[in-house]
Ligand binder design. Structure first.
Ligand code: MN
Ligand code: MN
Length: 341
């Protein structure tokens, strides 16, 4: 148990030793807060939970380095003015627009244009959800699903974690045992509790393509509370419909000899449709929307509301275009808003 966490602790310990000589003479650094408008457009490092693994490319890390005087996040370890030089310079361009889908789970779009050509942006559509799978990370990039009364019933949790035999030939099929002893939970993207209308619906959430390595306190605490909050929106008014898109990015470590990446950040966008069943036409500038982006760690706030953010900021961090089918003017208004539940 706890192998990865142990390694991480050793790593931090070495850092402390390496820095100890100069750090003990200096007062603890205070982190400057950027102007609100600026932090909204900045990539993830706007709080003290930050390192190079939070960024998908060097250009994003450089934006943060340039925005904070004195490099409080230690993104420029060799002091040459360049942030996180081990990251790729810039993210690869988004894949070409994917063919349209009639899946209700993709009513608010396919954020990365997932399709069949790119093994690291492979579209998997099931009757229960749709996702973009990343072969090299061994996890989904994002998962999108509809949540309404129609998906909720009395089926008990099946707990049948298993490899996804539906992956293309040549893909490594992640197994439940790959997470064993890592200190990370097998965390659902589509929660088991969102698919309780039938045994087959619930079982679909236990395929390992719907699972990410998730810090236990995040999975069982903060993230679970948000999952329950989303379901409570349905239980308080049974004719509602939500579209939920959740994903992971950044790298803090790997499992299973590098076959599974442990993401450093988890995000989720929940849209409450004004008109259930109307698809994208059910979205207006006044639609209720919840967006969060949180660290995949144990030392996080128990309150998911502390991690509310804007869709714009998630788009900066991930490079995706969320809510793309929504008319541009409405999209701009919705995406700039920081949810305040
Ligand atoms: Mn979970
Ligand atoms: Mn967008």
């Amino acid at each position: 148990m706890g192998g990865i966490r142990h390694l991480w602790t050793v790593g931090v310990g070495l850092w402390a030793i390496a820095l100890g000589g100069c750090m003990e003479l200096l007062p603890a650094p205070t982190l400057p807060t950027p102007p609100a408008a600026q932090s909204q457009s900045l990539p993830p490092c706007v709080d003290d939970d930050c390192n190079c693994g939070d960024f998908r490319d060097r250009a994003l890390a450089q934006q943060v380095l340039d925005a904070f005087e004195g490099d409080p996040f230690v993104l420029d370890q060799d002091g040459n003015g360049m942030a996180c030089e081990s990251l790729p310079d810039s993210a690869p361009p988004l894949d070409p627009t994917a063919p349209p889908s009639s899946s209700p789970h993709l009513a608010l779009g396919n954020p990365s244009n997932a399709a069949t050509a790119n093994p690291n942006n492979l579209l998997i559509e099931r009757s229960q959800y749709a996702l973009s799978y990343n072969r090299d990370r061994g996890t989904a990039n994002w998962v999108s699903w509809q949540l309404s009364d129609r998906w909720l019933g009395n089926t008990p949790r099946q707990d049948n974690f298993r490899q996804d035999g539906g992956l293309p030939a040549g893909f490594y099929q992640v197994t439940p045992n790959d997470y064993r002893g890592s200190g990370y939970d097998r965390g659902h993207m589509v929660p088991s509790g969102d698919r309780t209308a039938s045994v087959s619906d619930n079982s679909a959430t236990f395929l390992m393509t719907n699972i990410i390595p998730q810090a236990p306190d995040n999975n069982r605490g903060t993230w679970r509370e948000l999952e329950e909050y989303a379901r409570s929106l349905i239980s308080e008014q049974r004719d509602r419909e939500l579209i939920i898109i959740a994903g992971a990015y950044g790298t803090q470590n790997t499992l299973a000899n590098g076959r599974v990446t442990i993401p450093s950040r988890l995000w989720k966008v929940i849209v409450l449709l004004d008109q259930p069943g109307a698809g994208v036409a059910g979205v207006s500038a006044n639609s209720r929307i919840i967006a969060v982006d949180m660290p995949n760690t144990n030392d996080l706030s128990a309150n998911w509301r502390d991690y509310q953010t804007s869709v714009d900021r998630i788009e900066v961090a991930t490079g995706y275009d969320l809510l793309a089918p929504v008319p541009v003017a409405i999209q701009a208004e919705l995406e700039a808003r920081v949810s305040a539940e």
